[in-house]
Design a binder for this molecule. Sequence first.
Ligand SMILES: Cc1cc2nc3c(=O)[nH]c(=O)nc-3n(C[C@H](O)[C@H](O)[C@H](O)COP(=O)(O)OP(=O)(O)OC[C@H]3O[C@@H](n4cnc5c(N)ncnc54)[C@H](O)[C@@H]3O)c2cc1C
Length: 467
Amino acid sequence: MQRESHAIIIGGSLAGLLASRVLAKHFDRVSIVEGDFLPEKPAPRPGIPQSRHLHILLNRGKIILEEFFPGLEKELVAAGAPSLDPRSIGWFSPAGWAPQFTPDLNDLILFSRDLLDWHIRRRLAENTNVHFREGGTVTGLLTNASGAEVAGVSVRFCDRHNRANTHTENLNADLVVDASGQVSKTPQWLKSLGYEPPQETAINAFVGYASRIYKCSGKLSDTAPVFVSLGPPLRTRGGAIFPIEGNRWLVSLNGGDRDYPPADEAGFLEFVRTLPTPTIYDAIKDAEAITPIYSYRGTENRLRHYERLPRYPENLIIIGHAVCTFNPIYGHGMTVAALDAQMLDECLQKQRERYSEGNLKGFSRQFQQKLAKLHTIPWTFAISQDSRYPGSEGAKLNLATRLTIDYMNLVLKVLVSDPKVCQAFVGVAHMIESPAVLFHPSIAVKAIGQLVSGGQKVAEGRINRQT
Ligand SMILES: Cc1cc2nc3c(=O)[nH]c(=O)nc-3n(C[C@H](O)[C@H](O)[C@H](O)COP(=O)(O)OP(=O)(O)OC[C@H]3O[C@@H](n4cnc5c(N)ncnc54)[C@H](O)[C@@H]3O)c2cc1C
């Protein structure tokens, strides 16, 4: 009888959940080992503290999620998630209000992160070969005798009620997928196995979040959603107000260059009041808050270069935030997790065509190399703004990246007065269009024309930091 093939995923947040969806096609059994106990209804949990903050699903991510889980969008809407025409959202860009344009986008669905994860977990649980191992923290990798192949993980399980350690298990697997996010221990685990840990590139714009949910009543009932972008180097304050399920509105404030939004009542409101448009302040100043204010500061961009390692073990891959974290302000994380899963599916399919079923020789290294290429565009997009704050750390950029950044800023200046350029930019921001469209001569001429005319200064006169 043929041996059952088994894949283990470390971490049951979005990257892990989406990876398990595709691994279920390629392996007999898939185990998601998650340190938390997973809530039985949509609710926050300690392992993903970011769920308290606004999570916008880009159009590209929405399309992939619907492919993975047909009908998911309808389920979210039926659970109360508003579905909005992108034209109904006001965007205060780094250079001012973006013009009305006809976007080539599908409607956006707005939800709390807890609702999305809960629906995806529910759909995954329908797969009989996907198993959740909750309350299990992976503490190390197991290898074969030579150390060249990862053969499983060591897991410390704890008690659901008091979180006391109960027992340790060694779980064997043909493939181990690290989707444990920014806190990933793979660099240390590799080191302890005699491998080099990956080099890291980190760019930190010191952006902080503060978020709170409000009841939809009074003035909030006829407010339009608004997104106020940060505008480095001068504008350090931004924020957003969006409706979510349960007839509630989520307000997330962002401050860059260490201009962190406060988490106390008066400071939060005062920060909103100093945004370059009064829309959010007017909407919430008399509104009823139904949660405390939650803050979050771990927003640096961090790339772990597994693709460059001279020696790399077989049967281990690293995806999602564990390999590439973005400043979340650009809304890339969930969509990139979906793209990672899609690439995993394609690569496993090709591996199967090339080699006999179950043979993963060379797979891990090739996968990490492809993944690094996939992350280039969202990475460049994120750092192109973050590196512009005077206090940003780690931004050692090559000439090509610096020129791209300068060009993108010219495009940002043009889009406020040109609906067609705005449409193209939004398509790129939603990862529907390639950034190449922004270099089309029809846009390039206008962008470079800004250099000649002097153009409007990005975020001119709107320095939000209160001295
Ligand atoms: C403030 C904020 C706002 C964001 N807003 C957006 C947005 O608007 N749009 C968007 O697309 N993305 C956004 N993101 C990004 C998004 O949250 C992530 O991309 C998404 O959660 C996928 O991340 P991940 O699954 O790779 O890692 P994580 O979400 O960090 O999850 C890691 C998981 O691994 C578990 N874990 C960790 N270590 C272990 C271990 N040793 N053993 C077992 N389990 C372990 C954790 O408990 C957790 O469940 C935002 C992020 C932040 C911080």
